[in-house]
Write a protein that binds this ligand. Structure first.
Ligand SMILES: [Ca+2]
Ligand SMILES: [Ca+2]
Length: 232
C-alpha cells in the first residue's frame, strides 16, 4: 500500500499497522497497487479524500488485512474521488460475503465513482455506506435492495432514483454500475437481471401426479370415514 500526500511527496508503508497520529489533512491521496498485498492501514486522525483522489483497494478473501485492504481512521473521514476495487488473484466472489473496507468515527460524502463493481458469474461488489464505515457486499447483479432476490422491488428503486436524477455511488440507492449517477444504464442492468431471473419452478409432471394421488387418497379416506360413520 502506498500513500501520497497532496504535495506529491510519497510515503511508503511496509507495515500493516501504520499510524499517522493526529493527521488532519485537507487532501490525502491514497493508492494501493494491484496485487501488492493486502493490509490494514490505521490513521490516528481525520482523512479527507479530495475530488481528484483515487483509492484502490484489493478485494479477495473476506478477512480484513490478510484477505483484503481495510482502512481504519480514528477520526472522521470525508469521502470523495474515485474508488477502484481490484480483485486479488485468484478471486472467487462468494454470494453474501462482506468486506468492511473502511472504518472511522464518522463518515461524510461519497466516492464519486466506483470501478470494478461487476464480477464473473453475474455477481457484483455492491457498495454501501454507513455512518462510520464503507462496506462491500457480494450480491447478485441487480439485487438493489439486497434481499437475495431479483424482483420488481429492485427495478422500482432504480426507476425512482433515475427519475429523480440521483447522484450517488451507493449500490442500494440504485447505482449498480458505479458511475456515481443513477440513470438509464442502471435501469437497463437491473431490468435485464430481473427479466433473466429464474422463475419459481413449476411442478414436474411426476410431482403433479404425486400431488393428485395424494389429494385423491385424502378424499377417499374422508369418504371412507363418512361411510363408516353412516353405518354406526
Ligand atoms: Ca432484490
Ligand atoms: Ca450508474
Amino acid at each position: 500500500m502506498r500513500l501520497r500526500w497532496d504535495g506529491g511527496r510519497d510515503l511508503g508503508l511496509r507495515s500493516s499497522r501504520a499510524a499517522a497520529r493526529g493527521a488532519a489533512v485537507a487532501a490525502l491521496i491514497l493508492t494501493s497497487s494491484a496485487n501488492a498485498g493486502t493490509a490494514i492501514v490505521q490513521f490516528g486522525g481525520n482523512l479527507v479524500f479530495g475530488p481528484t483522489s483515487q483509492l484502490t483497494l484489493e478485494i479477495g478473501v473476506p478477512i480484513a488485512g490478510s484477505g483484503y485492504d481495510q482502512l481504519q481512521a480514528a477520526g472522521d473521514v470525508g469521502l470523495g474521488g474515485a474508488l477502484v476495487l481490484v480483485p486479488s488473484v485468484p478471486f472467487e466472489p462468494t454470494l453474501g460475503a462482506t468486506y468492511t473496507v473502511l472504518t472511522c468515527a464518522a463518515s461524510s460524502g461519497e466516492f464519486a465513482s466506483v470501478a470494478g463493481v461487476q464480477q464473473s458469474g453475474g455477481l457484483d461488489l455492491a457498495l454501501r455506506y454507513t455512518d462510520d464505515a464503507v462496506v462491500i457486499e457480494v450480491r447478485q447483479r441487480g439485487d438493489v435492495d439486497g434481499d437475495g432476490q431479483l424482483t420488481a422491488s429492485d427495478t422500482a428503486i432504480v426507476q425512482a432514483a433515475a427519475s429523480a436524477g440521483l447522484a450517488t455511488s451507493d449500490y442500494g440507492a440504485g447505482d449498480v454500475d458505479g458511475s456515481g449517477q443513477v440513470d438509464s444504464s442502471d435501469m437497463t442492468i437491473v431490468a435485464d437481471a430481473v427479466a433473466g431471473a429464474a422463475p419459481v419452478p413449476a411442478l414436474s409432471p411426476a410431482a403433479q401426479l404425486a400431488l393428485a394421488g395424494g389429494l385423491l387418497g385424502i378424499l377417499f379416506a374422508r369418504r371412507a370415514r363418512a361411510f363408516t360413520g353412516g353405518l354406526s
